[in-house]
Ligand binder design. Structure first.
Ligand SMILES: *Cc1c(COP(=O)(O)O)cnc(C)c1O
Length: 385
């Protein structure tokens, strides 16, 4: 019988040029530039997701994540997806319909936590503060007493506001109220001190493309004993197949059971990014982020630009710089992109039009980037401000 090759429709068969992306310096809220060694690791030979060499790599990634997070949690894995996937995993697994979930709403990502928790049937209670402020231990105590939640969700480093939530005492308070503590560490992990076990955090997640200097696409997740107990006590299946940690945990645990194919090269990338953190040492890395942020803050001041967040709660990895009166913030950021290949971001929500968001994350937190940005900003203000 003759074989007839079907005719393909060529409507969408466009001819595109070789990919040639501009050499941007990503000084916004993320993604940040990845370290060249991370990019190099991604070019390594591909192996299968059950290959003995990959299984060895998985354990290394898990152990290095425990170091970077300062936790002994056995359940510490990278989730396939961006930070929001790991964020959703915490709620999908540990929230059951009707559970009272109290969320700190002082920025964009607190709102996202509320949205996600409500989709899994939580009775969401909001604890509010203006964008740029943080919650005190007293605020939290009062709200825990009032709502008696099953879980308290906080954003450690609010990328939308540039505020760093102080963590001392919160975990202990949550335990007194029998409440799980969930912490978003997307913009803090690898940039500012994150001491999960010391803070008694029960569930935490992060992202790869902020202070870990890795491309977006893989997201750290850790669940402590109390979170796992809640998961194991569930009456119904986790209502999200892809993020079901009972199943995903079997691949990352002793069984190595296939659930979905791990993003192999993203795991190479994360391993190298974490290895870079371990090589540098957390203390040195935290100091570096603080020092470079302080020279940014000083340099902004010299340009007549203030910061939105009070110094004691200011986040070193992301600064919300106040746009001076009469300055067209969008024109200035467009100028930086066009003339200097520098990306900074605009304000969101309550801070729209009021601030620029400037990130100094991971590999990008370097003195030469601060100097370059300040000069470019001065030029931009003169040219189009
Ligand atoms: C970026 C970010 C997220 C979401 O991560 P994606 O990688 O964009 O999905 C969550 N929380 C905070 C604080 C973030 O900065």
């Amino acid at each position: 019988m003759a074989h007839n090759t079907p005719r393909a429709d060529n409507t969408h068969r466009i001819s595109v040029g070789q990919l040639d992306m501009p050499p941007r310096l990503l000084l916004g809220p993320g993604p940040s530039n990845c370290h060249p060694r991370v990019r190099q690791a991604m070019a390594m030979n591909e192996v299968g997701h059950l290959d003995p060499t990959f299984i060895a790599l998985m354990s290394e990634v898990q152990e290095l994540l425990r170091y970077v997070w300062q936790t002994n949690n056995a359940f510490t894995i990278p989730v396939s997806g961006t930070g929001s996937a790991a964020m959703e995993a915490t709620l999908a697994n540990c929230v059951e319909p009707g559970d009272i979930v109290l969320v700190g709403c002082n920025g964009y990502f607190g709102e996202r936590l509320c949205d996600m928790a409500s989709r899994y049937g939580a009775d969401v209670r909001r604890m509010e503060k203006p964008w740029g402020e943080v919650f005190t231990l007293e605020d939290i105590g009062t709200e825990l007493d009032r709502h008696r939640p099953v879980m308290l969700g906080l954003v450690h480093a609010e990328t939308s506001t540039g505020a760093l939530q102080p963590m001392e005492g919160i975990g202990k308070l949550c335990r007194e109220f029998g409440c799980l503590l969930l912490l978003d560490t997307v913009t803090s992990l690898g940039g500012v001190p994150v001491l999960l076990d010391q803070w008694h955090v029960d569930l935490a997640y992060s992202g790869s493309q902020k202070c870990l200097s890795c491309p977006p696409g893989i997201a750290p997740l850790t669940l402590g004993e109390r979170a796992l107990e809640k998961l194991n006590r569930r009456k119904n299946k986790v209502p999200n197949w892809y993020l079901d940690m009972m199943m995903v945990g079997k691949y990352w645990g002793a069984e190595r059971t296939y659930h979905h194919t791990a993003p192999i090269t993203m795991n190479y990338a994360l391993r190298e990014a974490l290895r870079l953190v371990a090589e540098e040492g957390l203390e040195t890395r935290w100091e570096r982020h603080r020092k470079n942020a302080e020279s940014l803050w000083d340099g902004l001041k010299d340009l007549g630009i203030g910061c939105h967040v009070a110094k004691e709660h200011r986040l070193p990895s992301l600064t919300t710089a106040l746009v001076p009166d009469g300055v067209d913030s969008k024109a200035v950021s467009a100028f930086l992109l066009q003339n200097y290949n520098i990306e900074i971001a605009a304000g969101l929500g309550q801070l729209a039009g009021k601030v620029w968001r400037i990130g100094l994350m991971g590999f990008n937190s370097r003195p030469e980037n601060v100097t370059l940005l300040l000069s470019a900003l001065r030029h931009g203000l003169e040219a189009v401000g």
